[in-house]
Write a protein that binds this ligand. Structure first.
Ligand SMILES: [Fe+2]
Length: 269
């Protein structure tokens, strides 16, 4: 089995989405596809459209449209892609409270097959209660569970988030074979080139929050102190409700205009 992974960067939120494909069966999964948002809160599908073009140019059949969790920082393109790939199953972790509109809610260790290449769901709660990672062969897609080694780990202060739970989830990831490639949704580079992939070995050795055998107590203490300093993501007010409902672009735009209507004084200042 030889899978291939192709990354797509959505620049407005700095989010990465991925296509993982089995060339042998000509099948693919799309993971964490983002919509873009401009400075006027207008939604665009540029990144998702690039994914569609890539999939079609490689003559792939999309089996799954997967989200690792309810993203707070940008709307998901999963519902939009479903309108293009009607036979694909949309899915998110079963531990996500109040989520609606997905075809499947995935439990830990559920199988997801691309031809003869069967991946599996790895429940990795902590950043949110419903976070899952997707393991296809030696490729692990972790969403916001952890980041590049010099950035560390995700915040745990969203509703249902928990630092101790995240530590346990990351320990599960770091127990995978050293050569496992870890693909993430974001990078926050400070003076270096943006990266989206690392390995279990690199994270174990160098992750500033959990590497070098950091204890759970050390991690929870650091994470709690750091989370107390973080602001809400810029587009959280509409991204969270939109993503909980697996909403299409037109419905997200309606949601945004309703939210603005309830904030008089902002739109016309
Ligand atoms: Fe997130």
């Amino acid at each position: 089995m030889s899978l291939c992974v192709h990354p797509f960067l959505e620049p407005s939120s700095g989010s990465y989405g991925f296509v993982v494909a089995n060339p042998e069966s000509q099948t693919a999964a799309i993971i964490d596809a983002p919509l873009g948002v401009d400075d006027l809160d207008e939604i665009n599908t540029h990144c998702a459209d690039q994914m569609i073009d890539w999939v079609e140019s490689h003559d792939l059949t999309v089996r799954y449209l997967l989200d690792t969790h309810v993203h707070a920082d940008r709307p998901s393109a999963t519902a939009y892609l479903k309108t293009k790939f009607l036979c694909a199953q949309t899915a998110i972790g079963a531990g996500t409270p109040d989520v609606i509109g997905y075809d499947r809610l995935l439990e830990d260790d559920e199988k997801l097959c691309l031809g003869h290449a069967c991946g599996r769901v790895v429940a990795t709660p902590g950043h949110t209660p419903g976070c899952v990672s997707y393991l296809f062969d030696r490729y692990l897609f972790v969403g916001d569970t952890m980041f590049m080694p010099d950035i560390g780990t995700a915040r745990c202060d969203f509703p249902g988030g928990d630092a101790q739970t995240l530590y346990t989830s990351i320990a599960k990831i770091l127990a995978l074979p050293d050569e496992t490639k870890i693909f993430m949704c974001h990078d926050y580079p400070d003076g270096r080139r943006s990266r989206f992939v690392t390995t279990v070995l690199e994270e174990k050795r160098k992750n500033i929050h959990v590497g070098n055998q950091a204890t759970c107590e050390q991690f929870v203490s650091m994470r709690t102190a750091r989370d107390a300093t973080l602001k809400a993501p810029r587009w959280a007010d509409f991204s969270i409700p939109a993503n909980l409902s697996c909403m299409n672009v037109a419905n997200i735009e309606t949601l945004i205009s309703e939210l603005h209507a309830h904030q008089p004084g902002q739109a016309n200042l």
